[in-house]
Every structure is written in C-alpha cells, then in structure tokens.
Design a protein around this ligand. Structure first.
Ligand code: F6P
Length: 361
C-alpha cells in the first residue's frame, strides 16, 4: 500500500501525534509506504510531496504545529482563481497512491468530499481547536486550546480581583462558541458571550453590576464570533484566496467600549489570538489524536473510503464525508455544559434563555 497524508486548514496541537499514529499503524501493520504531502492541498496542487520514513514519524508526538506544513488558502477547486481539481486527481494517480488521509477541519473535509467524488480514495481525521466539526463530539486541539484559555482566565482573575476591574477575554472559535463555553466554565467566568446567542449589552451590564456588589470584579469570556443582538460580527481582516476569507477578531475591544458607557469600573480587554493554537498538546489531545489516527489507518486498510473518523457517545466510529462537509457544529441550549453554566448563574447576556441566568448573592 502507498498512502499519502496531508494536514489542511489552520494548524492545531496534536497534528504531529495524528500523523505519527496514521503512519506508524500503516507501516507496522500493513507494510505501507507513506508519502507526506506538504502544506495541505497546496502540496497536491504544486506537486510537493516527500516520502516519510519511520524515523521521520518518531519523536514528534509532543510537538506542536505540523511537520508537513499546512495552508488554509489552497482549495484545488479555486486556487488563485483556477480550478485545479482534475490536475490534482491526475497527480494522485501518478503517485500511485491507494489513499490519502486528510487531517483537517470542516474546510478540508468539504474539499476531501469533492475530491472523493472525482475518484480519490480519502479518509478524514478530524482536527481543529474550534471543535465545530459536524457528527463528532470532539476534535483534537480543542482540549489544549481550552486549557490555555483557562490558564489565562486564572491569571486575569487575580489581577482583576486586585484592581476590582471588569476583565474581558476574547477567544477564537469562529462561528461556534465551544472554546469560550468550556474555558468559561473551567475558569469560572461570570459572563460568557457566544456566537450562537447574540447578546444584549444591558444584560451584560446587569451581570457586571451584580458581581460588583459582591466580589467587586467580573470575568467576561467573549468568543470572537459573538455579536450584539441586531449588530455585526467583528471582522479583523479578509484573506484573499482563502475558501473562508473572513478572519474574525476585535469583539473584546468593542465590548469594552460598549461597557465603558454604562459602568464606573475600569475595564480591560485581552485577546489570546494564535497563542490558543500553538505549543504542545495536552496528554488528552495526544491520546485522542493517536486514537483517531490509528482508527483512520484501520479504515484505509479496510478500504472504507470517503469516510471521516468521529467520536460519538464516547466511542470512535466513522461517518461518510458527505455528512460532515460544508457544515458547522454549534452550541445549543440543550448542550450539557451550557445547561450547567446556566444553572450556576452564568450570564450569557440574555434574559430570554430560560432557567436561571441571574446571580443571587
Ligand atoms: O479554525 C481555527 C482558527 O484558529 C479559528 O478559531 C480562527 O478564527 C481562525 O482559525 C484564524 O485563522 P488564521 O490562522 O488564518 O488567522
């Protein structure tokens, strides 16, 4: 067997653990030859691949980033204005690959689905700090990102407490609030603002005033995709040639300015940005990335193509790429962590979500 591996989209912690698991499983159990495809789908478009030896895949388990490189600007269906998909399929056949393992998020899975329809044998492995891939409870990178944001919240709490300030922390996550919700709960935030539930500024003010009357400081976590009810997304920049050109950012600062019109307290906003995506994966992400990588290798060996590995009800399985492509998994009111937060009086900047969302001293 000759199997290609690529990592696509934004990087995250655990990519190297997944590459290692796919490659070693296939080499050890199926004597496969592994071909590393460089910089995501760009490597297939620009014909940049290299053989990966067992040694290449050793000693990389704990490394952040990806030894293969990645790109979130390289769709074969629209690469610098050109449709290169047919050339990519030709190259795949020239390389005599039996399959390609695509380690990626929703953008990469959408591309993988389209390429699989053109005859490429593809198995998907879910990654992204955003945890927003359809059909899976978990993607690797998420646990590490949540740990980093939680650590930041612990630090903001001590300085916020000392100065009796309102401390705002902006997280990544695109159009899904998973990082903000989980880190907010882990870090004991008073207010969590999510893209899924546009906020009323009056409700955020009310929550901060309640906390000011008791603990005298407030911790607000705001997801980059959050926006005021009836307001606009905060867009930091648009990236030409990217399948999703919008890059979010800036809501933390804009929320600070909105709150300053209503509160006496000093307010500070922090944005963690790409720090959330860098560095070593947690033990849990290393294990999960290794598990899903091994499972993908098994799918390749069983020739179960056009599928992506998922975790459902705490067990690994797979679903057709079609079910994951072009979709985003978002936070719902029925999510159990969401229900926990609401029951504990966390404000989501709304008075119409039902259950308790008011802090009672
Ligand atoms: O999808 C991962 C992610 O980090 C998002 O949370 C964020 O909105 C985006 O990628 C940032 O993209 P870039 O690395 O291109 O700035």
């Amino acid at each position: 067997m000759r199997v290609g591996i690529l990592t696509g989209g934004g990087d995250c912690q655990g990519l190297n653990a997944a590459i290692r698991a796919v490659a070693k499983s296939l080499m050890l159990n199926h004597q496969a030859e592994i071909i590393g495809i460089e910089d995501g789908f760009a490597g297939l478009i620009e014909r940049r691949v290299r053989p990966l030896s067992y040694a290449d895949c050793s000693g990389i388990l704990s490394q952040g980033g990806t030894i293969l490189g990645t790109s979130n600007k390289a769709s074969p269906f629209n690469y610098q204005g050109q449709d290169c998909a047919a050339a990519v399929v030709d190259y795949y056949h020239e390389l005599a690959l039996d399959a390609v393992v695509v380690i990626g998020g929703d953008g990469s899975m959408s591309i993988a689905y389209e390429l699989s329809k053109l005859g490429m044998n593809i198995v998907g492995v879910p990654k992204t700090i955003d945890n927003d891939l359809m059909c899976t409870e978990r993607t690797f990178g998420f646990d590490t990102a949540v740990s980093i944001v939680t650590d930041a919240l612990d630090r903001l709490r001590t300085t916020g407490h000392s100065h009796k300030r309102v401390m705002i922390l902006e997280t990544m996550g695109r159009y899904a609030g998973w990082i903000a919700l989980h880190a907010g709960v882990a870090g004991g935030a008073d207010v969590i603002l999510l893209p899924e539930f546009p906020y009323d500024i009056d409700e955020v003010v009310r929550a901060c005033k309640l906390r000011a009357s008791d603990q005298q400081y407030s911790i607000i976590v705001v997801a980059e995709g959050a926006k005021p009810r009836g307001g606009q997304l905060s867009v930091q920049q648009t990236v030409a040639n990217s399948p999703d050109p919008v890059r979010l950012g800036g809501i933390g600062e804009s929320l600070k300015q909105q709150l300053e019109q209503h509160l006496q307290a000093e307010i500070r906003a922090t944005s963690l940005g790409h720090i959330q995506r860098g560095g070593t994966p947690t033990a849990s992400d290393r294990i999960f990335a290794t598990d899903v990588g091994r499972y993908a290798a098994d799918l390749v060996a069983q020739r179960q193509f056009a599928h992506v590995v998922v975790q459902q009800n705490n067990r690994l399985s797979s679903v057709p790429l079609e079910q994951v492509a072009n979709q985003t998994r978002t936070v719902s009111l029925a999510d159990h962590t969401m229900m926990t937060a609401r029951s504990l009086g966390v404000s989501f900047g709304r008075d119409d979500l039902g259950l308790v969302n008011q802090y009672i001293p």
